[in-house]
Design a binder for this molecule. Structure first.
Ligand code: SF4
Length: 353
């Protein structure tokens, strides 16, 4: 499950992909569902149950900007689903170091740091101890060291930001320094994400001379940059215990999302639903203002079993393979409907019969 715990963030990255409805707003979402009201914690638990979540990623904004809320969610998830429900969070810091203990006590398993891009190159001065006290990387370095004493797994999660047209500084060089730092100090992992455009950062991306790969949202050169940095650092630090991952924009958008939807769909499916490859439901719909009469008629005339249909207020949901057979004999409007298994049941396609 993904819990978006707040849109508040101490950083202002120009590549921030957050939408206007989330960025800077103190809102909470569990997967795609807005979480609000007095029962907000129950809503989060219900979403986790719906998809039989094995773990939760807490994201934002910066979860460390609302530490009490974040700790409460971690503790509640652990109490409800047990110690093995893995919880990680992302943070861009800086924050009060004692909050690391708060997160540890709540049960946090993993912390993923995303220091702001202007600090990356100055990580080259830092190793196990704290040196170079003018470095803007120092507060992040101290937090990372502190977290490594308390939290089971600590790493970096950063985007591969390509060089800007006409800029005197090199983002690629800065990324290399930051990843070297992780390998040198033996952080548990480095996750490098392919840089992605969104409708909120698209304007600034074009000013910086970034272009997109084909008709995708991935920034050209970002994937290659990530791999070249990983390979180079692995070559420079052959014995490092740091594990490197690259996450492509396609993987994040389609594979992770589809996986999440499928878990939810398989858990919630009714006997009349088909779960598609994309993790959506395909079901038949008969539009009617007398749903009980229609289900009685279908049972009598076509011997449709009760479990293959459901009478709602203004429609009957029915197995699509049954509706395709009997639909032509009905006077009512009928169609096949493909919907998300999410709380709002968003319809993605409707095929009239
Ligand atoms: S740290 Fe993340 S959420 Fe905050 S501004 Fe940067 S990209 Fe956006």
């Amino acid at each position: 499950m993904v819990v978006y715990i707040t849109g508040i963030c101490p950083q202002d990255c120009y590549y921030c992909p957050l939408s206007e409805t989330k960025k800077g707003k103190d809102v909470v979402y569990a997967n795609e569902r807005l979480v609000e009201g007095r029962d907000w914690l129950h809503i989060i638990l219900a979403e986790a149950r719906k998809m039989r979540a094995l773990g939760t990623g807490i994201t934002g904004g910066d979860p460390m900007m609302v530490p009490d809320r974040t700790a409460l969610v971690i503790r509640t998830l652990k109490e409800e689903f047990g110690r093995n429900h893995h919880v990680h969070l992302y943070t861009s810091g800086p924050f009060e170091p004692s909050l690391i203990e708060t997160m540890k006590d709540a049960g946090l398993d993993e912390m993923r740091f995303h220091p702001p891009i202007h600090t990356w190159s100055s990580f080259r001065y830092l190793s196990g101890g704290v040196e170079g006290d003018a470095s803007p990387a120092i507060p992040f370095h101290e937090l990372i060291l502190h977290a490594r004493d308390s939290i089971r797994s600590v790493g970096l999660e950063i985007p591969a930001v390509v060089d800007e047209k006409g800029s005197k500084t090199s983002n690629a060089g800065s990324l290399l320094e930051l990843v070297r730092y992780a390998a040198r100090t033996g952080m548990d992992f480095v996750n490098i994400n392919e840089l992605e455009a969104s409708h909120t950062n698209m304007g600034i991306f074009s000013v910086k001379g970034f272009s997109l790969v084909g008709d995708s949202m991935a920034v050209e050169g970002s994937r290659e940059l990530a791999w070249s940095v990983i390979k180079r650092v692995q070559g420079e630090f052959p014995g490092t215990k740091t594990v490197f991952h690259f996450c492509s924009s396609v993987y994040k958008d389609s594979v992770q999302l589809r996986h999440r939807l499928k878990r939810m769909a398989n858990n919630l499916r009714k006997p009349y639903d088909i779960v598609t490859e994309d993790g959506t439901f395909l079901r038949g719909v008969i539009v009617t203002d007398r749903p009980d009469d229609i289900t009685a008629l279908l049972k009598e005339r076509y011997e449709v079993p009760d479990e293959l249909m459901d009478a709602l207020e203004d429609r009957v949901l029915i197995a699509p393979w049954v509706l395709e057979e009997i639909g032509p004999g009905l006077e009512e409007e009928t169609y096949l409907s493909e919907v998300y298994p999410t709380w709002d049941g968003l319809e993605v396609e409707r095929i009239p019969l």
